[in-house]
Design a binder for this molecule. Structure first.
Ligand code: NAP
Length: 346
């Protein structure tokens, strides 16, 4: 099998605006077979838009079909576990949107499921891992371009409100059943990138608050963190910052500084002009599909396994706990995250 036959479950914002353009660019690797949404009209509209021959409002009906190899799950987070459980049991490969689940017990259940079905690919759709900008930063850090990393500062601010953002009009986000509201839903990407670039987060001292309770319990968050590799940093996330959109990551090394500002990566060194290393990327959605395809057809290792999703959730949940308690929290290793879940055995 070189062309994976894929069904899309959940035909909302992420499926339409993020995954569909990437899938259309990767048509040689994926054939879209069916679209599924809770509302039949939505499924039909998405199928028409994507040129998919079939649509349904019942995701379970996809599981018994021999002409479907894999599911892309882009539903409200609380459906990740029930869909993953049934789909893996049915032998389908899975690309599941982040965050992995709604709680740590659910995350552990997801990791156990992946481990119990080693012949199916179970991959978290954590696109930050596949973003060219973060791959480049990681390569520069590994090459020693800025020497040992001393400190990291990441400040992101956006204006998320029902009047400004379609995301703030999705009922499951506003009535979220997972901790942290927008800080968990959107913020988990940043935590994943921190772990990818600087190693496991082992200690957090945090503050969290809500400037606009209309969009959920938590929309402002500071996380001071230490990683197992000795990097210290601060992540500031403001999802209710009126009228602006900013995103600036500064990585201070012994011999230079890397800055990722609004997607553009530059290298700064004393006495030299700043050097641009990368322009704004596509969000990593195409590379994410390439990785999913390679895992299915060639058994390539899955970088964004469910165990990785558990570690992201655990770090952010610990940060929210630190904020609630008003004191630092150490992050203990979780036994479940030691599984090589999501990796396909040869
Ligand atoms: P959304 O616009 O609300 O879309 C969710 C879709 O799931 C809706 O179309 C809904 O169908 C469908 N759905 C709900 N219950 C269902 C069921 N029982 N069976 C089948 N479909 C069902 O939300 P979204 O913004 O696309 O987010 C979806 C997921 O993608 C979330 O996990 C989110 O965190 C993630 N996401 C990721 C990124 C990223 O950059 N990686 C960006 C945005 C979102 P109806 O509309 O028909 O009711």
């Amino acid at each position: 099998m070189t062309r994976v036959r894929l069904a899309v479950v959940g035909c909302g914002l992420a499926a339409r605006n993020l995954h569909l353009p990437a899938l259309q660019e990767r048509a040689r690797k994926f054939r879209l077979v069916a679209a599924c949404s809770r509302t039949a009209a939505k499924a039909r509209a998405f199928a028409r838009l994507a040129g998919i021959p079939e649509w349904t409002d019942d995701w379970r009906s996809l599981l018994t079909r021999d002409d479907i190899d894999a599911l892309l799950v882009a539903t409200p987070v609380e459906l990740n576990l029930p869909i993953a459980r049934a789909a893996l049991r049915a032998g389908k490969h899975l690309l599941v949107e982040k965050p992995l689940a709604t709680s740590m017990p659910e995350c552990r259940a997801m990791v156990r499921l992946a481990a119990a079905h080693p012949h199916a690919v179970a991959m978290l759709a954590e696109n930050f891992r596949h973003r060219p900008a973060f791959r480049r930063i990681r390569a520069e850090l590994d090459a020693g371009t800025i020497g040992a990393v001393a400190v990291v500062h990441w400040a992101t601010a956006t204006d998320v409100a029902p009047e400004t953002s379609a995301y703030a009009r999705t009922a499951w986000r506003l009535n979220h059943v997972y901790p942290g509201g927008f800080v968990m839903d959107a913020g988990v990407h940043f935590v994943h990138a921190i772990r990818f670039l600087f190693g496991e987060i082992v200690r957090v001292a945090s503050w969290a608050g809500s400037a606009n309770p209309v969009i959920g319990s938590t929309d402002m968050h500071h996380m001071e963190f230490d990683t197992a590799t000795g990097v210290h940093g601060v992540l500031c996330q403001y999802f209710s910052a009126r009228g602006i959109r900013q995103d600036r990551l500064t990585i201070v090394g012994a011999t230079g500084t890397l800055v990722l500002d609004a997607g553009e990566l530059t290298l700064h060194r004393r006495g030299r002009a700043p050097r641009r290393l990368a322009r704004r990327d596509d969000g990593g959605y195409r590379a994410q599909l390439d990785a999913f395809h390679a895992a299915i057809v060639a058994g390539a290792p899955v970088e964004t396994s469910f165990a990785e999703g558990l570690r992201d959730f655990r770090a952010l949940a610990a940060s929210l706990r630190s904020a609630a308690r008003g004191r630092p929290v150490r992050i203990a290793p979780d036994r479940a995250s030691g599984l090589t879940a999501g990796r396909r055995r040869a």
